[in-house]
Design a protein around this ligand. Structure first.
Ligand SMILES: [Zn+2]
Length: 238
């Protein structure tokens, strides 16, 4: 497992080097200032009053989402990728005026959408965990928002996650349902990654480990860099 991780990190660093060497051609506006800068908005799903799903040990989805987002943020920072977090603690970012849990959830999502909308060159990477009544269900799955870039980024991320996490996973990236509020209220390239199933005991145990979380962070970062390298024009133009 450690050898696989070393190989992955080597590939990632090589990709980063290629991107860095190509910066002059692919991102002449890399020095954009303020809200015009290109930013990966890392969204740890749920938080605070809204824990999302949970595993048999009682670990909340909101905590796992944040752990994976923080690891991804660290790795992206190391590679010079600008990031913004919708939350950096296990909190809901609702308005003070929200009273009931429902109002807090609605306000939280509205505020996340509003934050994402502040970055004209932002792209959204939302991190979640899955759950299903059948305990055998397993495997990471990516859902993508509207537009060609989201589709291609989503499909690429699905493939990289499958290669990186190694378990038999035949899931395909899918268009996100129209009922997902956040994705209905953002216009940037956007994907939502369900990293695994907390309803599957084996996968939930893996998702709680440092190594597995680091692999996910490597996969998400690598896929982002790869997508950016392949299609810099449409990436920036959507
Ligand atoms: Zn969720």
């Amino acid at each position: 497992m450690k050898r696989d991780l070393c190989i992955l990190i080597s590939i990632l660093l090589l990709t980063a080097a290629i991107v860095w060497l190509s910066l002059g051609q692919i991102a002449p506006a890399a020095a954009l200032q303020g809200n015009d800068r290109q930013v990966v908005i890392l969204d740890a799903g749920h938080g605070g009053v809204d824990g999302g799903t949970s595993d048999a040990s009682g670990k909340r989805e909101s905590e796992l989402n944040l752990e994976i987002v923080l690891r991804t943020e660290q790795l992206m920072a190391l590679l010079g990728i600008e990031t913004e977090l919708t939350r950096d603690a296990d909190v809901s970012i609702h308005d003070d005026s929200a009273g009931t849990i429902h109002e807090k959830k609605v306000s939280d999502l509205k505020n996340r959408a509003e934050l994402i909308g502040r970055y004209p060159n932002g792209v959204l990477l939302s991190v979640h965990q899955n759950a299903y009544p059948d305990p055998d269900s397993h495997g990471a799955q990516v859902f993508y928002g509207g537009g060609e870039v989201s589709l291609q980024w989503g499909e690429l991320t699905q493939r990289v996650l499958q290669d990186t996490l190694g378990r038999a996973n035949t899931r395909k990236a899918k268009r996100i349902p129209d009922t997902v509020y956040l994705f209905q209220h953002v216009s940037c390239p956007a994907i939502l990654v369900e990293c695994g199933f907390l309803s599957n005991g084996e996968e939930a145990s893996l998702l709680r480990t440092d190594t597995y979380q680091k692999k996910i962070a490597v996969a998400l970062t690598g896929a982002y860099l790869w997508q950016q390298q392949m299609q810099p024009d449409i990436w920036r133009g959507e």
